[in-house]
Ligand binder design. Structure first.
Ligand code: DAH
Length: 349
């Protein structure tokens, strides 16, 4: 028996040197400690040993079992450590390697222009008002002094919903925000808002799209005059276009304002001399505006003997087209990345 133990010990000492990975380690563990392993067999043989030798041999068998178990455990730790070190070495980050170029997005030209409008009006003490794009006939027309059948509806009578929602449409003008803002303002006091947003009409050509962006402004107070409207719109046009831009007011008609005006600016391309863009007139029409009609004030609960107001509305797309030299409005909504990435530089020009 003694002899057998020594043979196993020597064999193990040779075997352990052949361990190179977890697989060889496990094979050797099975060879010695498995069900039919050499050491397990030694233990089984103990029952046939005469009693007086049992103690002494038992100690020897135990010793060799501990030697095998501990050595294998130690070998396992070595292997694990080695694997970890290899992994760390292979995953080392080399901070000196040049990075891949990150492609940054850029703001959509309409977002740019909208932010410019908002910045300007916020600086003048206005708040931004956001209205829904699906509007009732009342808010879109009736409460703006356009009852059913009014001739001025024709140009805007467009995308109505169906069935039980037939009284609703995709708003055709942001002027609807006036009604909402006045009605929500329960103390019926002063108001100063701008409402930028999408509107929908049945237009479709190089300068008109079925969906476009307007911005509406409304100021209500006790002492508001046409002079305030003129001053505000002059500042607005000069800031958004260029300082040297001249502004002209022409009498016009809108059902919700009285008096009403249309506002032209000197052509940004020829400076007013006359060119194909301004059809040789030197002027380009950019805004509708006027003093809020007393009916409109009254319909939304304002006392028109105490309060006056002015309002204006304009297409933001037109300003974007002027400012960025866009010739076809449809490209603004086409989502072509080659078009959309051209505008970063333009703001600084
Ligand atoms: N809502 C008008 C349109 O879409 C523009 C407009 C004209 C707005 C006069 C106004 C205004 O507030 O006073 O054509």
């Amino acid at each position: 028996m003694n002899e057998k133990i020594n043979v196993i010990k020597e064999a193990f000492e040779k075997d352990i040197l052949t361990i190179i990975d977890m697989k060889t380690l496990n094979d050797i563990r099975t060879k010695y400690l498995g069900k039919q392993g050499k050491i397990t067999e030694l233990s089984k043989m103990m029952k046939d040993i005469p009693n007086e030798q049992k103690k002494e041999l038992g100690i020897l068998v135990n010793e060799v079992r501990c030697l095998v178990t501990d050595s294998l455990e130690e070998k396992k730790k070595d292997l694990e450590e080695k694997a970890l070190n290899e992994k760390l070495a292979s995953e080392k980050i080399d901070v000196t390697v040049p990075s891949k170029k990150v492609k940054r997005g850029s703001k959509h030209p309409m977002t740019r222009i909208e932010e410019k409008f908002e910045d300007l009006f916020l600086s003048m003490g206005y708040t931004i008002y956001d209205g829904p794009e699906i509007e009732s006939d009342e808010n879109c027309f009736q409460k703006l002094n356009l009852p059913k059948g009014h001739a001025a509806r024709d140009a805007q009578d467009t995308f109505y919903l169906k069935d039980e929602f037939e009284n609703y449409l995709l708003r055709s003008q942001t002027s609807t925000a006036q009604v909402r803002a006045m009605e929500e303002n329960t103390d019926k006091g002063p108001l100063r808002i701008v409402c930028p947003g999408k509107v929908y009409r049945r237009d479709e050509d190089a300068t008109h799209s079925h969906q476009f962006m307007q911005i509406e402004g409304l100021v209500i107070d006790e002492d508001v005059s046409m002079a305030d409207l003129k001053g505000t719109l002059e500042l607005f046009c000069k800031t958004i276009l260029e300082e040297k831009t001249k502004v002209r007011f022409r009498p016009s008609y809108f059902p919700f304002t009285e008096p009403s005006v249309e506002v032209d600016v000197t052509c940004f391309k020829c400076g007013g001399k006359g060119c194909p863009l301004c059809k040789q007139t030197g002027w380009i029409e950019v805004l509708g505006a006027g003093m809020v009609h007393p009916n409109v004030l009254e319909m939304s609960g304002y006392d028109s003997t105490k309060y006056q107001g002015f309002a204006f509305g304009t297409g933001m797309d037109r300003f974007a087209m002027f400012k960025y030299g866009i010739t076809d409005i449809r490209t603004i909504y086409g989502n072509d990345i080659r078009f959309l990435t051209q505008f970063d530089r333009k703001d600084d020009e």
